[in-house]
Design a protein around this ligand. Structure first.
Ligand SMILES: Cc1cc2nc3c(=O)[nH]c(=O)nc-3n(C[C@H](O)[C@H](O)[C@H](O)COP(=O)(O)OP(=O)(O)OC[C@H]3O[C@@H](n4cnc5c(N)ncnc54)[C@H](O)[C@@H]3O)c2cc1C
Length: 360
């Protein structure tokens, strides 16, 4: 998979305060410790491991009916070129896995809630930038992060490999007024006006020339604009028959700060595949429901902890528990390091890390 992207060797972190003074820190990574992979490349690599006949593009799940016997899933099938609706396909299945992302139709049906706005708005683009000649700001294998003291503005310039760069601009929106200026509530790619809105966020700010240059050099059709959302932790991911199950972002979309969303989606897929393999080779009637229950027992406690930690890393006062806000900087750093060690210990320490101070 690493061939599909690039590794980062160094994170350059700069903090700017209101007087324009800067503090600078550099962190180096072991090769392979931090890898950037474009979604398209990741999907192509994953698809290459599956029989092509099992992949059905242009199928959109619109509803399903679940019973003890199984699930009827209804898909709108569209023409790949024109996107016009061709027909509705009904698929009968023993288990429907809703891995349909943060705006999951499956979650809306079985849980009924909606994602939560985290009072941050993002603009980002993954753009060709061979040799950093279109815009600069980062070197080879570098991630350059700039943020201001009050957490209002953050930017990333990342070498994404294969001659591509990723830039991200993130803006705090405590009042919610910024989100109201977005043309699409869920965000999207190439939304008219997105480039001007991104540049407007940097008006009058000194020291942000590299990200300004990156935005200016990017064609608007490449710019993704979105409000940053998460899903609230829930104690059950399946329907009453245990025939419909959520995983990935549909189950536990979390604030992107700690960068664990994709990792935990892969963990879900790994655990579920182990449990379903056993269930499908069992002669017991309720083997799938048993596997689903076991999956929830293994995954939900871990994900509740990780979702809460991710939400807290937004630094929004309402999402930081009082006892955490009282920790010293040293204790916070220890807690963050222990969290990373616990997360990386998967699958051994799934539920907690008994050897840690904060993640028991
Ligand atoms: C700005 C940003 C930055 C991020 N940075 C990181 C990072 O650095 N590291 C990290 O690990 N994670 C990161 N994440 C999170 C990561 O992208 C997600 O956690 C991960 O993509 C979740 O995978 P998923 O398969 O559950 O959902 P998705 O990747 O959202 O996939 C859901 C799929 O379901 C399809 N779908 C949706 N509805 C339907 C339907 N009705 N019928 C059929 N198909 C449907 C969608 O088209 C999509 O292909 C970031 C997220 C954002 C928004």
């Amino acid at each position: 998979m690493e061939d599909a992207g690039t590794y980062a060797s160094c994170l350059k972190l700069t903090l700017v305060n209101k007087k324009g003074e800067v503090r600078y820190r550099e962190q180096t990574f072991e090769q392979g410790e931090y890898v950037s992979i474009g979604w398209k490349q990741a999907q192509l690599v994953l698809a290459s491991y599956i029989n092509k006949d099992l992949i059905h593009c242009s199928h959109r799940l619109v509803r399903f009916e679940s019973s003890e016997a199984g699930v009827d899933a209804y898909f709108e099938v569209t023409d790949e070129n024109t996107s016009s609706l061709e027909y509705i396909k009904v698929v009968r299945t023993k288990l429907l896995v809703g891995a349909d992302g943060i705006w999951s139709v499956v979650r809306r049906t079985i849980v009924g809630d909606s994602p939560r706005y985290l009072h941050l708005v993002d603009w980002n683009a993954y753009v060709p930038n061979p040799g950093a000649k279109v815009f600069g700001g980062h070197g080879e294998h570098e991630i350059v992060l700039l943020f201001d003291e009050d957490g209002e503005t953050r930017s990333w310039l990342v070498d994404a490999g294969k001659g591509f760069s990723l830039w991200i601009l993130r803006k705090l929106d405590l009042s919610g007024d910024l989100a109201k200026t977005l043309k699409r509530s869920k965000g999207g790619l190439g939304i008219p006006g997105a480039k001007a809105r991104a540049l407007q966020q940097l008006d009058g700010l000194d020291g942000w020339d590299d990200i300004k240059a990156a935005i200016k050099a990017t064609d608007e059709t490449y710019i993704f604009e979105r409000p940053i959302m998460d899903n609230l932790p829930i104690k059950r991911w399946s329907d009453s028959h245990r025939r419909v199950l959520l995983m990935g972002d549909a189950a536990h979309a979390q604030y992107v700060g700690p960068g664990q969303g994709a990792r935990t989606a892969f963990e879900d897929a790994h655990q579920l595949s182990i449990l379903l393999k056993e269930a499908f080779s069992s002669s017991e009637d309720n083997s799938i429901a048993t596997a689903v229950k076991k999956f929830e027992e293994l995954r939900i406690p871990r994900m509740i902890k990780m979702q809460e930690y991710a939400a807290e890393s937004t630094a929004l006062p309402a999402l930081v528990p009082e006892w955490v806000s009282k920790l010293t900087m040293e204790e916070k750093q220890k807690r963050a390091l222990e969290c990373q060690q616990w997360v990386h210990s998967y699958p051994e320490k799934m539920l907690c890390d008994p050897d840690s101070t904060y993640w028991k």
